[in-house]
Design a protein around this ligand. Structure first.
Ligand SMILES: [Zn+2]
Ligand SMILES: [Zn+2]
Ligand SMILES: [Zn+2]
Length: 313
């Protein structure tokens, strides 16, 4: 019997936990996804990057999504409604241990590219049939949802309640929490593109999953990192030439460029940077040596399932 329990203990200690439980007190941030819009593995990709995931040697990664959780009031807000919304919400509930909640207390959207809002469809009549889930969006994004099916039906049936955000004006989804959207340059075919400053638990989190290039933004990203405590930043591509197409058509700051730009920051500032929103071709998704190299230079690579406590216990 003693041998058996020892064996079970040994087994348990060898099995990595499937989820990281969130702290049972205060505010925390959970990373629910780290990939670019198309996710990882990517539709139709048979190259090495995705073969690693198709064969189970790398875990699947969902499109970029953050959750802000207040354990004391049992509330949770998510940033982005991705095509993997269903799984991401379930993972979050496993992390919180809550069993009585089926929708977020609010969803903050950045823009109308598929990885960032199409998860809203799971709140509609064909799926959950949610009741008035607050969805926060800048004016063009709000108008896009209200005037194009199937999103307009979600609003019409009151599955979602769209709340208009204005750039640089704070929304207060709960006392002590401020969410401040701002606009960034990006391919704005259907909507403008937002980034967010989130103030919660005495911390300031910067979230910019998509931006064309840092130098196209009227703000100085280095100064913005210094103003924040954590910065989740667009790292779609590692370097130029990663795709066999003209990468100027889909501009993003290459991780190489960002690291060069942030190189002279002190170590404590660099450690705030969490790269996120990885295209399937980006080795930070599937090559541990590249992840190590970025971390050795003092930066962080966002990990799906990672939890960061914001307020003191
Ligand atoms: Zn994106
Ligand atoms: Zn691939
Ligand atoms: Zn985009």
């Amino acid at each position: 019997m003693r041998h058996l329990s020892f064996f079970i203990l040994l087994l348990l200690s060898c099995t990595p936990p499937r989820i990281t439980p969130l702290p049972r007190k205060g505010l925390s941030l959970a990373v629910l996804g780290v990939a670019q819009d198309g996710g990882y593995p990517h539709a139709g990709c048979q190259r090495n990057c995705c073969r690693l995931a198709w064969s189970g040697r790398q875990p699947e990664r969902y499109p970029a999504c953050l959750a802000l959780v207040d354990h004391d009031s049992r509330k949770a807000w998510i940033f982005e409604a991705t095509p993997a919304y269903t799984a991401q919400w379930e993972r979050l509930m496993e992390m919180t241990g809550w069993t009585d909640k089926n929708v977020p207390d609010g969803i903050f959207l950045t823009h109308a590219h598929i990885g960032h809002y199409t998860g809203l469809m799971y709140l509609g009549r064909e799926a959950l049939g949610a009741k008035a889930v607050p969805v926060y969006a800048l004016p063009r994004m709000k108008n896009y949802l209200e005037t194009n099916g199937p999103w307009s039906q979600l609003a019409g049936l009151k599955n979602i309640e769209i709340r208009r955000l204005l750039p640089d004006s704070a929304a207060a989804p709960a006392p002590g929490i401020r969410v401040i959207p701002f606009t960034v340059p990006h391919r704005d075919e259907y909507s403008e593109t937002a980034g967010y400053h989130v103030e919660a638990g005495g911390k300031r989190i910067l979230f910019i999953p998509d931006i064309d290039k840092w130098e196209k933004w009227e703000r100085d990203i280095v100064a913005e990192i210094q103003r924040a405590d954590l910065a989740f930043l667009d790292a779609t591509f590692y370097k130029n030439g990663e795709l066999q197409r003209d990468m100027r058509e889909i501009p993003h700051p290459f991780v190489e460029e960002s690291m060069r730009l942030f190189e002279n920051l002190p170590a404590a500032e660099k450690a705030k940077v969490h790269f996120i929103h990885f295209n399937h071709t980006n080795p930070l998704l599937w090559n541990p040596d590249e992840v190590k190299a970025v971390e050795t230079r003092g930066f962080r690579v966002a990990r799906q399932g990672e939890v960061i406590q914001l307020s003191a216990q």
